[in-house]
Design a protein around this ligand. Structure first.
Ligand code: SAH
Ligand code: SF4
Length: 435
């Protein structure tokens, strides 16, 4: 059973937002090395919707469903092995790799130093592009660029590129939808359609590198904070990371890659054993099991004590500071007592807290606290010695949570679990959150 105050589809008390305005607020620059927010702005929904998208939501495939293997699915050694199987020397694989990740070749036809027979063979069995960009929209100042992609099987996902003065970060989706179903998250509304393959994640990064270069920039950072739970698509996520990390290709340093998780404990343990020194962000959002279980349902399976024990093992093993994400919701998890409970939970740990003032989702009743409330909460943590950043997204007062662009493109939300949930009034939310 889900908690009693998880009204996910109520619009009670909410004024529908104007759908035709793309607003953006003033970015607060993120500090170096810290995870960045990618649910940063909303699309102008007055733009025409591609006809093909209207069918996409009706065609989910199994999370284990087979997908075509593309060039982006192959590691360098796999590519070398493949060309050897095709009867040519391994160095041809390295040449193709360089074309793909250094020159960003979008098609085998431009790889002019590769024999035509090899190009033709690979174009059939490992095509370069797996994702079609359906729509790309930038904020007015072009600092944030959001792309909606369609996969080969008509699934739709989104990727966000964020340009900062000192770095360029892409926020990558790892699943279409998400099975975790956090109460405040637009992606969670969709349920899980399927996992993305490593190549589909690589394709998002390649697209972001292209977008960045069009603006005279180089991509520097990757955050796994788009649609989906990366640790529930672990193998593909790790393969993706190894491909984009390869120094002979895109060469994104491990310390510039952040994996964000709702707290899949066995996989946090697995991550600690990985050779790459990745950044780990844990989406905490509440300091007590009662509250967290209602906001982040996976907490019932991996409660806070279990989660913290795995975080401690991760820190002990890697020596790396862990970030805790905390989406601040008015009257839900922003009380002073809750802030003190949070400090008690985190004190003494090698960690950092990123407070994310909630990006409200139209069909969900959760709200962003006012600036004073946000600062009050943050200062309690800071006074207790917990390094804390308030990470305002680039869009203020916008519907911009991850997954929302896709939802709107497809005419969603298509509630998957609404019928199972009670929709209490505001008072009940406050009462419950206060306990
Ligand atoms: N599934 C992973 C990564 C994707 S979500 C995870 O949950 O960590 C990336 C981050 O966005 C998470 O911290 C998530 O809790 C947060 N998030 C989702 N919806 C949000 C919203 N409406 N407002 C603010 N943060 C949100
Ligand atoms: Fe999934 Fe993360 Fe959204 Fe939760 S916040 S539903 S884990 S994508």
């Amino acid at each position: 059973m889900l908690g009693p105050f998880l009204p996910r589809y109520s619009t009670a008390g909410r004024t529908p937002r104007s759908p035709a305005i793309l607003r953006h607020g003033h970015a607060q620059p993120a500090e170096a090395g810290e995870p960045e927010r990618c649910y940063a702005f909303r699309m102008d929904m007055s733009l025409p919707t591609p006809a093909s998208l209207s069918t996409a939501q009706a065609r989910p495939v199994s999370a284990r469903g087979s997908r075509p293997c593309g060039l982006y699915d192959l590691s360098l050694s796999e590519l070398e092995a493949r060309v050897v199987e095709l009867g040519v020397p391994a160095y041809r694989g390295r040449q193709i790799w360089t074309w793909t990740y250094r020159q960003l070749a979008a098609d085998y036809s431009v790889m002019t130093n590769i024999p035509a027979t090899l190009r033709d063979a690979l174009a059939t069995e490992a095509p370069v592009q797996l994702l079609d960009p359906v729509r790309t929209v930038a904020t007015d100042d072009a600092e944030t660029i959001k792309t909606l992609y369609r996969t080969a099987d008509d699934q739709v996902l989104e990727t966000v590129l964020m340009l900062y003065p000192n770095r360029a970060t892409v926020c990558v989706s790892c699943q279409v939808g998400c099975a975790v179903g956090c109460a405040f998250c637009a992606t969670g509304l969709m349920g899980l359609a399927r996992n993305l393959g490593a190549g589909e994640m690589v394709a998002q990064v390649v697209g972001a590198v292209r977008e960045a270069r069009l603006r005279g920039r180089e991509l520097t950072n990757i955050v796994m904070m788009g649609m989906g739970e990366p640790l529930q698509n672990y193998a593909a996520t790790m393969k993706f990371i190894s491909i984009v990390h390869d120094p002979t290709g895109l060469d994104i340093g491990a310390r510039r890659i952040t994996v964000s998780t709702s707290g899949i404990v066995p996989k946090i343990d697995a991550l600690a054993e990985e050779p790459l020194q990745l950044n780990l962000a844990v989406s905490l959002h509440a300091p007590t099991d009662d509250l967290r279980s209602q906001l982040v349902p996976i907490n019932r399976r991996y409660p806070i004590a279990t989660l913290m024990a795995s975080v401690d093992r991760y820190i002990a093993k890697t020596g790396r500071r862990v970030s805790f994400e905390y989406a601040l919701m008015r009257g839900i998890n922003d009380g002073e007592e809750i802030a003190h409970q949070l400090t008690a939970l985190l004190r003494g740990r090698l960690c950092h807290v990123n407070i994310i003032p909630l990006n409200p989702v139209d069909v969900l009743p959760y709200e962003r606290p006012d600036p004073d409330g946000i600062e009050r909460f943050a200062s309690i943590l800071r006074c207790a010695g917990i390094p804390t950043t308030v990470r305002y997204s680039r869009g203020l007062d916008i519907d911009a949570a991850c997954g929302q662009l896709r939802a709107k493109e497809l005419g969603l939300p298509a509630p998957t679990r609404a019928s199972q949930r009670k929709v209490p009034g505001r008072r009940q939310q406050l009462d419950t959150a206060a306990t």
